[in-house]
Design a protein around this ligand. Structure first.
Ligand code: PLP
Length: 400
């Protein structure tokens, strides 16, 4: 039997580089290989290319070009925002506020700062994954120097009320960082309308190359440099620029309006997927919110089954998805996001995340709806935790 074409439904993890992006990058690997910090024509051409990408990116998010700092991606931008603001504002205070559903790049840096003597307040979220702005207001103290709350969550897709939170942080004079890695390049983001001080972005999440991203840092924001050396990026992030990567990211953000236009199609596809799966499978629950959700996001839990088992069986059918548990040092930790929205640990283990994108079709969704229930019934027959008899007797194996 011919091997079926891969059905890629993991766009929150990464995306394929758009061929037009590759074309834009290509000359910067070959004839235009110069170091933008050098003064001869070859270097100046590279410098022009990165400055032109900076202008394109700034325009796309309604920032000024000098507020854009190129980095190696979302993780670096997140780390920088927290450490950089913490150290630059130490004299004012040592209190940081974050939400419980932040990406590990944020949470682990908050933990590091805690180990170094900072105080960190972690805010809860609702059972659909939303931060309550009133909780932010209550948590702010005179020594609070930073609030970090993501624009949209990468596991369930909830889009947070950033502008409302910013009204609070602005009035209290607290710096506000928002991890926008899941939103910039996917849905329209206007940093002035959101009124945030710092955001993080990563090209590989919006059909650009891996290993390149940027931070938006509003003029006047107190933050320490991330890297010291050759003085690049206005002395805040030294290191020779990733010229092809930056050029590719500029091209990818230029093409992002095509993704914005796809929003309603992806919403519909995710809805079709959910309807198909919830019709065919019992004891399945949706973790993604039905409103204020990123287009194409569907995170579900299937009771009595491990996410990894579903992932591997879908993989065998040519379908790429993510499961909620992160395999860290050999042990499976349930997702901190699913725990934060109130799922019991044993239920959270049974999660799977579909994130649809540009190349997904209705036929692909139909294929998954056709194949998935069979996978579930095989796994449930093998499952020691899924007690079918209990369900049939009217009880539920788990209360969700
Ligand atoms: C992917 C992701 C990151 C990390 O970005 P990298 O460029 O892969 O380091 C950070 N935050 C969120 C919300 C993400 O989805």
């Amino acid at each position: 039997m011919p091997v079926a074409k891969t059905i890629y439904m993991d766009h929150a993890a990464t995306t394929a580089v758009d061929p037009r992006v590759i074309e834009a990058m290509r000359p910067y690997f070959t004839e235009l290989f110069g170091n933008p910090a050098t003064m001869y024509g070859l270097g100046r051409d590279c410098e022009k290319a990165i400055e032109s990408a900076r202008i394109t990116i700034a325009k796309a998010i309604n920032a000024a070009p000098e507020e854009i700092y190129f980095t190696s991606g979302g993780t670096e931008s997140d780390n920088w925002a927290i450490e950089g603001v913490a150290y630059a504002n130490e004299k004012k205070g040592r209190h940081i506020i974050a939400s419980a559903i932040e990406h590990h790049a944020v949470l682990e840096t908050c933990q590091l700062m805690k180990n170094r003597g900072w105080d960190v307040t972690v805010l809860p979220v609702s059972n659909t994954g939303f931060v309550d702005p009133a909780d932010v207001e209550k948590a702010i103290r005179p020594d609070t120097i930073l609030v970090t709350i993501m624009h949209a969550n990468n596991e369930i897709g909830s889009i947070e009320p950033i502008a409302e939170i910013a009204r609070i942080t602005r009035s209290k004079g607290v710096i506000f960082h928002s991890d926008t890695v899941q939103t910039i390049g996917k849905i329209p983001v206007d940093v002035k309308a959101l009124d945030v001080d710092i955001t993080s972005a990563s090209a590989h999440k919006f059909y650009g190359p891996k290993g390149v991203g940027f931070s938006y840092i509003r003029k006047g924001t107190r933050i320490e440099a991330f890297a010291r050396g050759g003085g690049q990026e206005r002395n805040r992030r030294a290191g020779t620029h990733n010229v092809p990567g930056i050029v590719g990211m500029g091209k990818a953000i230029e093409l992002a309006s095509e993704s914005f236009a796809e929003g309603s199609r992806l919403h519909k596809l995710a809805e079709t997927l959910w309807e198909g799966l919830s019709d065919a499978i019992v004891d399945v629950h949706r973790n993604s919110p039905s409103e204020n959700c990123l287009p194409g996001f569907l995170n579900i839990v299937v009771e009595g089954i491990e996410g990894e088992a579903m992932l591997l069986r879908l993989d065998a059918k040519g379908v790429c998805v993510s499961s909620g548990s992160a395999c860290t040092t050999g042990s499976l930790e349930p997702s901190h996001v699913l725990l934060a929205i109130g799922l019991p640990a044993e239920v959270a283990h049974g999660s799977i995340r579909f994130t649809l994108g540009r190349e997904n079709t209705e036929d692909e969704v139909r294929y998954v709806v056709k194949e998935f229930p069979g996978i579930i019934s095989i796994l449930r027959q093998m499952s020691p935790t899924y007690r079918k008899d209990c369900r049939e007797a009217g009880g539920k194996p788990y209360a969700v």
